[in-house]
Design a protein around this ligand. Sequence first.
Ligand code: GTP
Length: 382
Amino acid sequence: MNQEVTGRRGLAQRTLDALITTDPHQRIRLAMAGLSALLMLGCIGAMHLVAAAGLTDPVPVYWWTLACGAGITTVFVLIRSGASRRFADPSLTLFQIVYAIACNAAAYVIAGPARGIAPPILAVIMMFGVFGLTPRQMVGVALYGLVAFGAAGAVVQWWHPAWLSPDSQPPALSAAYLVMIAVVLASSTFLTTRVHSARARLRSQKRELAAAVEQIRELAIRDELTGLPNRRCMLEMMRLEHARAQRSRQPLLLAQLDLDHFKVVNDTHGHAAGDVALQSFAQTVHGCVRASDLLARWGGEEFLLLMANTHPADGTRLLERVRATVAATPVALPGGTQLSLTVSVGLAELAPGESTAALLQRADAALYGAKRLGRNRVLLAH
Ligand SMILES: Nc1nc2c(ncn2[C@@H]2O[C@H](COP(=O)(O)OP(=O)(O)OP(=O)(O)O)[C@@H](O)[C@H]2O)c(=O)[nH]1
């Protein structure tokens, strides 16, 4: 029983896939075309009721039905075969609207005294344009609609071919229909401009929101003063690199860098000068390390350097270069004063099974040792 239901569902799915494909874009186009085809079928049904009521001759209604069916089929074939993808508008919205208006104007001619059904149908057709066409296209469609219904009105008023049931309509009623048609065309064109400006506003708000999210993301991971990754970002990177190093058994080094006697810099030159010194130090160190190393501001005048796939001998050599470069690069303060800085570094290699907290503690202890030994030096933890 269950298998039967599943089999039936599978068949329904396969039939649906064959009809409207599995491509999501094609599915939307075909679903929209299907919806307009349903509306067209409704109109065809209404026209046949008009003929059944004896208000008009059924023969023109049959021909009109054939023309409508041909339009629906053409649209379906062009979209389903993928041929419509060659056009700027693969949904063929403009074509469908133009064709539907022509059919509606023809219905106005052949519907006899029931032609009052045409203006509401025109309103439904124009609704598709409000959401699917540009304001420029809608102005074009509105003008075309006026011409089509103007011609249809003229046929009703002055041309009485033999194949059309004789029907005399007071000119005032023809004028009333034409006014209603003009109102429908004008109001849907106006609505299109409103919808388009609302969409443009939404797009610009979306862009602003994306920029704000990007800014917040940056603020969350960057240190404002130096532009380096901040403590939060470093903690996350340490967690990731720690897991990777444990998995791959590749060496991982962590260095803690601390400016020497930085309090004196602040006390002598002021806090603003201290900030300039921190920025300059960050730039100098950043210029010495490799792109694969992660330098972050840990807090105050303390920085961390995380070096993946690096052996202690190479890490020590790199940090010696950093130390020497910092000592040899005076900081130019805003007043023209030159400031010399030195840095002490504690370096530790991740031991098997060691946590990041323990690694950090050993790097910190090594830094403390470097300070005790007289500063301006690199000390490797054991
Ligand atoms: N200008 C500035 N100073 C900071 C900032 N963060 C921390 N500091 C200063 O850095 C100094 C750190 O001083 P201490 O921890 O005593 O260390 P130190 O003077 O560098 O001495 P040692 O580390 O022992 O060589 C303090 O004066 C803090 O105010 C900052 O963002 N800007």
